[in-house]
Design a protein around this ligand. Structure first.
Ligand code: DGI
Ligand code: FE
Ligand code: FE
Length: 189
C-alpha cells in the first residue's frame, strides 16, 4: 500500500465506527483485487474504496446542515431519505477534506449507492465491491454475483441493479431517480 493510502486509511479509521471501518477495508481490498483483474490501478481503487462511505457516520441532522453549507443540491427522494445523502456528501468531503483531485474517484464515491448511466470502470468497481465484500452476507445470489464480478463486471453491475430494484420494490423506501436511470441503462430489457 502506498503512503498516500496509508494516511487516508488512518484518517478514515477515526471518522467511522468499527463496523463501518471493517466494511470500508473490505470494499478497499475487494476493489483493489478487481482493479488487478481489469488492469486498473489497484492503489487508485483502494483509495476510492477507503473513501466511499466517509460520510456514513455523520448524523442525519448534520448531513442536511452540511449539504446546505456546501450548497449541495438535493432531489425530492434525498430530502426524505437521509441515508442516501452520504454518497453525495462523501464525494464533497473526499474532494475538499481529503484533497482528492481524481474525478473518477470522486464520482465513484458520489455514485456508489445509486450508480449512474455510463459509469467508468473505476465507478463500476466501487459499485460492485460495495455489494460483494466479505462482510456483506445478506443479499441473495452473492455467490453468483461474486463470480460475475471477476468474470464480467458489466454483468455484475446489471445483476446488482436488478436485485436492488427488486429489493426496493418489496419495501417502502423511495427509489432515487438516479437509481432508476441506472437500472434503465444497464438492466432494462
Ligand atoms: O453505505 P452502504 O450500506 O455500504 O451501501 P450503499 O451506500 O450502497 O447503500 C446500500 C443501500 O442503499 C441498500 O439497502 C440499497 C439502498 N439503495 C440503493 N439505491 C436506492 C437505495 N435505497 C433507496 N431508498 N433508494 C434508492 O434509490
Ligand atoms: Fe454507502
Ligand atoms: Fe459501503
Amino acid at each position: 500500500m502506498n503512503s498516500n493510502n496509508k494516511a487516508i486509511k488512518k484518517k478514515i479509521k477515526k471518522l467511522l465506527d468499527n463496523e463501518r471501518y471493517q466494511h470500508t477495508l473490505g470494499v478497499a481490498y475487494t476493489a483493489a483485487a478487481l482493479a488487478m483483474r481489469y488492469r486498473e490501478d489497484p492503489e487508485r481503487l483502494f483509495t476510492a474504496g477507503l473513501l466511499h462511505d466517509c460520510a456514513k457516520n455523520i448524523s442525519n441532522d448534520e448531513k442536511y446542515a452540511l449539504c446546505k453549507k456546501y450548497k449541495i443540491a438535493l432531489n425530492e427522494v434525498e430530502k426524505k431519505a437521509p441515508y442516501l445523502l452520504h454518497a453525495k456528501l462523501g464525494a464533497y468531503i473526499a474532494e475538499h477534506d481529503f484533497g482528492i483531485k481524481d474525478k473518477d474517484i470522486i464520482n465513484a464515491v458520489r455514485y456508489h449507492t445509486t450508480g449512474r448511466p455510463g459509469m467508468s470502470l473505476v465507478e463500476k468497481i466501487i459499485f460492485t465491491a460495495d455489494y460483494i465484500e466479505l462482510n456483506r452476507n445478506e443479499a441473495p445470489g452473492l455467490t453468483d454475483i461474486r463470480e460475475l464480478a471477476f468474470t464480467d463486471i458489466d454483468l455484475a453491475v446489471r445483476r446488482i441493479l436488478i436485485d436492488t430494484l427488486d429489493y426496493l420494490s418489496k419495501g417502502s423506501r423511495p427509489v432515487d431517480p438516479t437509481t432508476k436511470e441506472t437500472y434503465d441503462y444497464y438492466a432494462k430489457s
